[in-house]
Design a protein around this ligand. Structure first.
Ligand code: ADP
Ligand SMILES: O=P(O)(O)O[C@H]1O[C@H](CO)[C@@H](O[C@H]2O[C@H](CO)[C@@H](O)[C@H](O)[C@H]2O)[C@H](O)[C@H]1O
Length: 456
């Protein structure tokens, strides 16, 4: 443990005041910034912790900062801010800006995760189970964290930010943070207790304790070396015109293994008409909000809504469903295949835009199945030319694989599956409109189909 890491925390509103103009420009440009499309009107400091002395050659602040935006109470973001006299050329992409005034006047501030030394500090703190100011670093005593693992920041598009250490561990730092139990730590820990091999077991985690509330800030887990994610693999096979059904079946089996382990680990509930209604109401409300956000959805709204009423009608006839903890945002990009051909599921955060309480609610496992089925559709429609038959075959193979482990084929409940696929496609339309407008036609094609076709 370096001496620098155990320096005490300092909070400095003056620091934030001088960072304010730089953050206003920089933060909204980050992929993980959740408040896109609305101006940032200011910042308030939730916590500041000095992890490396800022009066040295290389300083490091851990900041929790609330970004104020119109019509919301403002989201809280986790930032790691490096401070140097000047930025070496290889760190140019990390630049946030030059400080004109305040305690750091004349210095350069930058996204510290790109820089090996600040990234090392975080791993050292996890190894040492450090407590620094309000930050609490913890680890599984049964797993060793070797010193000296070389860090590199993951540059892929992400909702959060990750650093890989020596191809041995990956640390995911959550960007928009909320108080409470975070499923991205809760579910992998529960699965590890069940001995489920389909999810990397958390090695370490860090929290912030603020005003009597705990925030999960990050999770360290073993890095699956040489892995390819399901999305990359699917696109590769599509480009070659190759069949993907064997992998789709294996993915169905892996999903069912995770579901059965979650059902053992955490409570399940039975959903009758009364308990299903809030789920159906949620789907309807999301449809209404989506129509407001993306007006091109409007003509399809009645057709889409009928998928939700069909589900409520089944419940009114006395049908019941079992709900349990699920992944919550399952798609091909959340599935990693090791070079030995084993699939793992990652990223149990759920849909980041939803409140934590909603993300932690038990749901029918069809929710995840629908996410994966949508993903095969996404892949097939992204191919040039689009290959809807490929998606159809993968969807069938995935459901068969799922049934081999779970004992029930999701296709035997088409009304439930259709409702969840519709809900997911609506989510995707909003997500793409906000983050990747060029992709909007992909979920819109599904919307058109779901709004106008009968169940298949
Ligand atoms: N255990 C792991 N082993 C190897 N790569 C991983 C692992 N966990 C995550 N990754 C890589 O990091 C990326 C981002 O991880 P993810 O948990 O999906 O973050 P986010 O919530 O920011 O999208 C993944 O797409 C994957 O490529
Ligand atoms: O991985 P994240 O937790 O950041 O998930 C978000 O981003 C995903 C895109 O990166 C988005 O997924 C959608 O696009 C995928 C292809 O890029 C596709 O496989 C998925 O089926 C589709 O939903 C996801 O919805 C969003 O939450």
């Amino acid at each position: 443990m370096s001496e620098a890491v155990i320096r005490t925390a300092t909070t400095s509103p003056a620091l934030l005041a001088s960072l304010d103009p730089l953050l206003r420009e920089w933060l909204p440009r980050q992929r993980w910034f959740a408040g896109k499309g609305r101006p940032v009107t200011g910042f308030s400091l939730v916590a500041a912790t000095e992890l490396l002395p800022v009066d040295g050659r290389l300083g490091l602040y851990h900041l929790l900062v609330r970004a104020h935006q119109p019509m919301t109470s403002g989201d809280c973001y986790q930032l790691l801010i490096g401070v140097r006299e000047a930025l070496p050329p290889h760190l140019a992409p990390a630049l946030i800006g030059h400080m004109e005034e305040g305690p750091l006047a004349g210095r350069t501030v930058y996204e510290a995760l790109y820089d090996p030394r600040p990234a090392e500090v975080l791993l050292e703190a996890l190894r040492a189970q450090a407590r620094i100011g309000g930050l609490r670093f913890e680890r599984d005593p049964g797993q060793e964290i070797r010193p000296g693992l070389v860090p590199r920041m993951v540059t892929a598009e992400q909702s959060n930010s990750s650093v890989v250490y020596g191809d041995t561990f990956i640390l995911k730092l959550l960007r928009r943070i909320v108080p409470g139990v975070n499923p991205d730590l809760e579910l992998p820990l529960a699965l590890a207790r069940e001995g489920c091999p389909r999810v990397p077991a958390p090695t370490g985690w860090l929290h912030a304790d603020l005003d009597g509330e705990s925030y999960v800030l990050g999770v360290l887990q073993p890095f699956v070396q040489g892995a390819a994610d399901g999305w990359e693999l699917a696109l590769r096979e599509l480009a070659k015109g190759e069949d993907f059904t064997a992998e789709a079946r294996a993915l169905g089996r892996a999903t069912a293994e995770v579901h059965t382990a979650l059902a053992r680990a955490l409570p399940s509930v039975t959903l009758g008409a009364a308990q299903l209604q809030p789920l159906v109401d949620g789907m309807t409300e999301r449809l209404e909000a989506a129509v407001q956000a993306v007006p091109s959805l409007r003509p399809y709204a009645p057709g889409l809504h009928s998928a939700f009423t069909a589900l409520a009608d089944l419940a009114a006839e006395g049908r019941t469903w079992t709900a349990q903890r699920v992944h919550g945002d399952l798609h091909l990009g959340q599935c990693l295949r090791s070079p030995a051909g084993q699939w793992s599921l990652i990223d149990f955060e759920g849909e980041p835009s939803k409140p934590l309480a909603e993300r932690r609610m038990p749901q029918p496992p069809a929710r995840d199945v629908a996410g994966m089925l949508r993903s095969f559709d996404y892949a097939a429609l992204s191919a040039d030319p689009p290959m809807p038959g490929w998606a159809h075959a993968c969807r069938a193979a995935y459901c068969s694989g799922y049934a081999e482990i779970a004992g029930a084929d999701p296709r035997t409940d088409p009304v439930l599956l259709r409702a969840y696929e519709t809900d997911k496609a609506i989510y995707e339309v909003v997500y793409e409109a906000r983050h990747r407008p060029d992709w909007l036609p992909v979920p819109m094609a599904a919307i058109e189909r779901y709004a106008t076709s009968d169940l298949i």
